[in-house]
Write a protein that binds this ligand. Structure first.
Ligand code: DGJ
Length: 732
């Protein structure tokens, strides 16, 4: 059993293949966090976090143990930290009681160990019968406010998940002014935080900073996890890198406003909190009501980032993504967006499908512009009625024409938004989020629908069902092209407006659950102006995400590299597009565009009818090659070999996927800088068997696995811009 209670020490110890997490009920009933790190033999690890001295100006709880002057909420390592009761550090929970007082002192009530993984009502979460669950119930020592702490333990993946359910058993409403899921207290030491910032077309850029005594945060208040910050961080030792040092990966299974914050405190210890962003959040919990905090997923690695990433990759692929596509070979698709934008009709699309099918493409996706009178981005969102003039017939007839070309048919939606110039807005202006007497902000000429309202969600659900039932549709791209402002729902009273952001997410998740379960044979791809909502929450409903609106192979190196810290290759939408590239005008070899897109879902995003015969032959070759390596790429262990974020150290970016038994590997190297008299560059391979012999691309030289891992091999030189190569390493 991965969860063990020691009744003498009053400890609960969670154990995975390589890690251990421990908590202890102390003499006052506080649930103290004693350890999270490498797996060890059992002992009560409380001595490692004891507060004996050094907690000056830290108040003691009324019932603190005699002579323990440093016993303070401000110094204790806690599993659940609450504001208002003398913990001046970052805290997770803020409870406004019915009498107006602010604070709670959670004390142990009971605990339960269960087989299988808990699930969360209305929220995405990891799942699995093989996992184990611990539920610890704490209660405020004054009021009947309960905190049920949920822990999920996935032994195989070193994954530990957490959630908190707050239950109000008092006879008046309470308000949660803060309901963050995670408190993680790390012992004395110096740590860094690695995080992934960005903007549209430049998502998940890696940055690293020290955790010092001032608070650092990554956060979103955009109503979506956003391009600008990702709800995933790595807290790590100062010297940690891909293969050395302690690294704690922390990700939120949530797609809305979030906050992950860390600080070093007065005892030189580090606290991390993570959850819903408390700004403009205020949630009422009525008597006998409950509030569920979104899940946090954590992986600890004692040997750097690569091990941590691989654990997340496997867990996300197998125990977060759902449905028949999660591990199936996904169809190679072509999307018409960059090929036509809004300027198409059915004949044009069919001509593209005709050409694409000859190269081996399997699915044609019709992007934005097929509904209402949408010939530009100023109108029609909300009117999900096919434009039969543009489609030169019904949607079903178009799908049939595409099917006749030997291809499946897919379609784009942006269900959460509404144009002012739409029939839906004219009929129901109140469906859009807008504050009373204040003109709402427009963004991409559109508003956001009030998904906190069931009637609004139902309207969109019915429209989607009508379209999806009307034609042979095999794929849906679910887009979201602006962020939320003007947060106000006409359906809620003034004192509940602080609930709207989270209620929006609950409405969205409800719709996604209903649609994805009604259409299990449709492949869903999530998108938000590219990678603006690339998070574990969306991956629960849709197994792939359009990684970025930037399809330039060289910019994609950084984007896909950053994304790979948490998210597996199988989740990253990646397409070959035209040159000069539409986002940055760069010209790259078609082969390089293909090689980079292989390490994602590989597809096309260009007008194939304008390609030369030579280009078409190259795409046909790529599709064959991609399929040949599909299993290895999608299910192999993934290693980042040379970072694109360190151009002063290397001209290359390189990465690798290797079979878990070390019998076969594929290395991809792309040169993104150019230099005269270039020095030879070597790349060291990972994950091979040291004693076995290998060849590269079937060449004559035989290498031992240990030589390839310790010396590496020399990257071949090409005298042109942005070359790339695949190195297929097989047993000799
Ligand atoms: C943003 C997406 O990321 C693009 O791929 C495309 O679907 C456009 N929206 C369409 O409006």
């Amino acid at each position: 059993m991965a969860i063990v209670f020691n009744s003498v020490d009053k400890t609960y110890t969670l154990t995975t293949k390589n890690t251990m997490y421990q908590m202890k009920v102390d003499e006052c009933g506080v649930l103290e966090h004693t350890y999270y790190g490498a797996k060890m033999d059992y002992m009560d690890m409380h001595y490692g976090v004891e507060c004996v001295y050094g907690a000056s100006f830290s108040p003691n709880p009324a019932d603190y143990p005699d002579e323990k002057w440093a016993y303070s909420y401000n110094a204790l390592h806690q599993e659940l930290s609450c504001a208002g009761i003398g913990d001046f550090r970052l805290t997770a929970m803020g409870v406004r009681n019915g009498d107006g007082s602010f604070g709670a002192e959670p004390r142990f009530v009971s605990a339960n160990i269960e087989k299988g993984k808990y699930s969360l009502s209305g929220l995405p979460s990891f799942y699995g019968d093989d996992a184990d669950t611990l539920v610890v119930t704490l209660k405020d020592n004054t009021n009947d406010v309960y905190f049920h702490l949920y822990y999920g333990v996935f032994e195989e993946y070193d994954l530990i998940t957490r959630s908190v359910v707050v239950e109000n058993k008092t006879n008046c409403s309470i308000k949660l002014e803060k309901a963050m899921t995670l408190t993680l207290d790390l012992p004395t030491g110096s740590y860094d935080m690695v995080y992934f910032h960005g903007r549209h077309t430049r998502e998940r850029m890696l940055e690293r900073t020290s955790i010092k005594h001032s608070r650092i945060s990554v956060a979103s208040m955009r109503g979506a996890s956003s391009h600008m910050e990702n709800p995933f961080v790595v807290v790590c030792d100062k010297n940690a890198n891909e293969e050395y040092g302690s690294a704690w990966g922390i990700g939120l299974v949530y797609s809305g406003n979030f906050l992950i914050s860390a600080e070093k405190n007065l005892q030189e210890k580090t606290r991390v909190v993570a959850g819903i962003n408390p700004e403009n959040f205020n949630f009422e919990v009525e008597p006998n009501g409950k509030f569920t905090c979104p899940e946090v997923a954590m992986v600890y690695s004692d040997s750097g980032f690569a091990k941590m990433s691989n654990s997340f990759h496997k867990a996300i692929r197998n125990n977060l993504c759902r449905g028949k596509f999660k591990n199936a070979m996904r169809p190679v698709l072509i999307n018409n967006w960059e090929g036509t934008y809004f300027d198409f009709n059915a004949d044009k699309l069919v001509a593209m499908a005709h050409e694409a099918q000859k190269m081996g493409v399997e699915l044609f996706v019709m992007d934005d512009g097929w509904f209402g009178k949408r010939d530009n981005d100023r109108c029609a969102l909300g009117d999900w009625t096919p434009n039969e003039k543009k489609l030169q017939g019904t949607l079903s007839e178009l799908a049939q024409r595409i099917n006749n070309e030997g291809m499946k048919f897919g379609i784009w939606f942006e269900p959460e938004c509404i144009s002012e110039d739409s029939d839906l807005y004219r009929a129901h202006p109140d469906y859009a989020l807008a504050m009373p007497n204040r003109a709402p902000q427009v963004s991409r000429n559109q508003y956001v629908l009030d998904f906190s309202r069931k009637d609004v969600v139902d309207n969109i659900y019915n429209q989607l069902v009508k379209v999806l039932d009307s034609a042979n549709i095999s794929y849906v791209k679910w887009d979201f092209n602006r962020h939320i402002t003007d947060l106000y729902s006409v359906a809620l009273p003034a004192d509940k407006q602080g609930e709207v952001y989270h209620r929006y997410m609950l409405g969205l998740y409800d719709l996604l659950e209903k649609i994805t379960s009604k259409y299990p044979d449709i492949l869903f791809e999530s998108c938000s102006g590219g990678g603006g909502r690339f998070d574990m929450g969306m991956l629960y409903y849709m197994p792939q995400v359009w990684t970025s609106d930037n399809s330039d192979a060289i910019d994609r190196l950084k984007i896909q590299y950053g994304t790979s810290f948490a998210y597996p290759v199988s989740t990253m939408g990646a397409h070959v597009s035209v040159c000069p590239n539409h986002q940055n005008a760069r010209v790259t070899p078609l082969k390089t565009r293909g090689n980079v897109a292989y390490f994602g879902t590989y597809g096309l995003e260009l007008d194939v009818t304008k390609m030369t015969d030579e280009e078409k032959t190259e795409i046909a070759r790529q599709i064959k090659e991609f399929k040949k390596y599909y299993e290895l790429i999608q299910r192999g262990d993934y290693y980042r070999l040379i970072s694109p974020f360190t151009p002063d150290e290397s001209l290359y970016c390189a990465w690798e996927t290797v079979k878990p038994d070390g019998s076969e590997a594929l290395v991809c190297a792309v040169r993104y800088e150019t230099d005269a008299c270039t020095a030879p560059e070597y790349v060291k391979v990972k994950g091979l068997c040291p004693e076995k012999k290998y060849r590269i691309n079937g060449g004559d030289r035989v290498y031992t696995g240990s030589a390839l891992m310790n010396i590496g091999f020399m990257l071949e030189y090409d005298f042109f811009s942005y070359p790339s190569r695949l190195y297929h390493i097989t047993l000799a």
